[in-house]
Each structure stands twice: as C-alpha cells, then as structure tokens.
Design a protein around this ligand. Structure first.
Ligand SMILES: [Zn+2]
Length: 116
C-alpha cells in the first residue's frame, strides 16, 4: 500500500547537493519521483508518517534537514500531486449529447459534425 518514497530519487542528492539546489528544486525532484507512484486514492496521512519514518532511517535525513523540508511540506506536496491526478477524471465525465452543439466550435450539432 505504501509507496517507495526513495524510488526515482537520485542517490546523489546528498546534503551538499540539496543545499546547493535549494528547497524549491529539492521539492521539484520529490514531485518528479513521487508523481508516478502517488495514486488518486493514496492515504496522505499514512504516507506522510511512512515517509518521515523512512527518511529518519535513511541517509537522506541530512538532505531533508539541509533544505528544511518538513512533514508539512511533504503533506502539501502529496496533496498537490493527488489533486492533479483527480482532475482528468472529472474532465472525462463530461459527455456531449448528440443534439448538443459540437465541442469543435463549428456551430453544428454534434451528431451532424464530429459525432457522425
Ligand atoms: Zn465538430
């Protein structure tokens, strides 16, 4: 259930590198690594606890401390990734009726245009 928070995260991201790239870029790296593994139904609270625990036990702890990434940062990053994943589903659920104006903007009915 829990995802691997270090998967896709560069092992080269030691504290010195972290300090040099800064907090914003560090969070970008985390976003890149976590976007494929965070699901729309991931339990954020549980994952934050899991992530903090794993960070503590890993060599990455110094990197997180060096840039000042906190549990709150991790929580908001995960929530952000998750809400971006939910958006496409809502868009897909909008249906065009056969007698509605065509979404291509031709002004014709959908059934007489792209819905043929
Ligand atoms: Zn059309």
């Amino acid at each position: 259930m829990a995802f691997d928070i270090f998967k896709g995260l560069s092992k080269a991201m030691g504290p010195l590198v972290a300090k040099r790239i800064g907090k914003e870029e560090f969070l970008n790296q985390l976003r890149e690594a976590w976007t494929p593994v965070v699901k729309a139904n991931t339990d954020i609270d549980q994952e934050v606890t899991n992530a903090l625990d794993r960070i503590k036990k890993s060599g990455f702890e110094k990197s997180f401390k060096a840039v000042g990434v906190t549990g709150e940062d991790i929580r908001s990053l995960l929530k952000d990734i998750q809400s971006n994943k939910e958006t496409p589903f809502r868009r897909e659920s909008i249906k065009v009726g056969r007698n509605d104006p065509c979404p291509c903007g031709s002004g014709k009915k959908y059934k007489k245009c792209c819905g043929k």
